[in-house]
Write a protein that binds this ligand. Structure first.
Ligand SMILES: N[C@@H](CCC(=O)N[C@@H](CS)C(=O)NCC(=O)O)C(=O)O
Length: 212
């Protein structure tokens, strides 16, 4: 298998899941802005959509969309507990989180990340994204992870997306102008996830670890 990724982007979530499941895949770095594969080649030859993450399976076919790839990997190692069994209510709860993260948070960042081009739209997009993060912060009250006691692929996804915000406790590569500092539950959760050996390994491999 091959994972096409771009450091610190949403593909970090899939990379974390890969480390957690101990699934072996070749990591292929992509410049997601230029759509160029490290070492040469156009990323458009891999996917005409031009975005990471892309998982190439051993038969040469590709799977796209981060939340789907993450669930696919988790289902290869059900014993990891990273995703509840298919068909259970808990699985739909996980998908509820993943869909929320992909539509309300991931894509909510876009106008902030492209602030100059986005112009005034930022003024409405930013409070909405902030309020979504505040909502997540409330969900994390008294909970160690999004789904309850254990780490799932939804935590991996939120971890990657939180990394695009601003706070002293975040290892950011993208710096969207959204201050997550006041969100104490989010911070505790972030630090808990950040301390997982597999998360650390994925971050080290992507060169994201803060120098201390
Ligand atoms: N719907 C896709 C979106 C992936 C996505 O937005 N990837 C970004 C990095 S976070 C990217 O590669 N952008 C480059 C581009 O769209 O040209 C998913 O959820 O996996």
């Amino acid at each position: 298998m091959k994972l096409y990724y771009s450091p610190g982007s949403c593909s970090l979530a899939v990379h974390i899941v890969m480390q957690e499941t101990e699934i072996d895949a070749e990591l292929i770095r992509v410049d997601a802005r230029k759509h160029v594969i490290e070492g040469g080649g156009s990323f458009y030859d891999v996917t005409d959509l031009g975005y990471v993450p892309i998982l190439e399976l051993d038969d040469g076919s590709t799977l796209r969309e981060g939340p789907v790839i993450a669930q696919f990997l988790a289902d290869q190692r059900p014993e990891s507990g990273l995703a509840p069994t298919n068909g259970t209510m808990a699985r739909y709860r996980l998908q509820e989180w993943l869909n929320f993260l992909t539509s309300e948070i991931h894509k909510g960042y876009i106008p902030l990340l492209y602030a100059v081009a986005a112009g005034k739209y930022v003024e409405t997009a930013k409070p909405k994204l902030k309020s979504r993060f505040e909502w997540i912060d409330r969900q994390l009250d008294g909970r160690s992870h999004l789904m309850g006691d254990s780490f799932t692929v939804a935590d991996a996804y939120l971890f990657a997306l939180t990394g695009w915000g601003k706070a002293t406790w975040i290892d950011s590569v993208y710096h969207a102008d959204i201050d997550l500092t006041p969100l104490g539950n989010l911070r505790s959760w972030y630090e808990r996830v950040r301390a997982r050996p597999c998360v650390k390994r994925a971050m080290d491999l992507e060169g994201l670890t803060k120098a201390v």
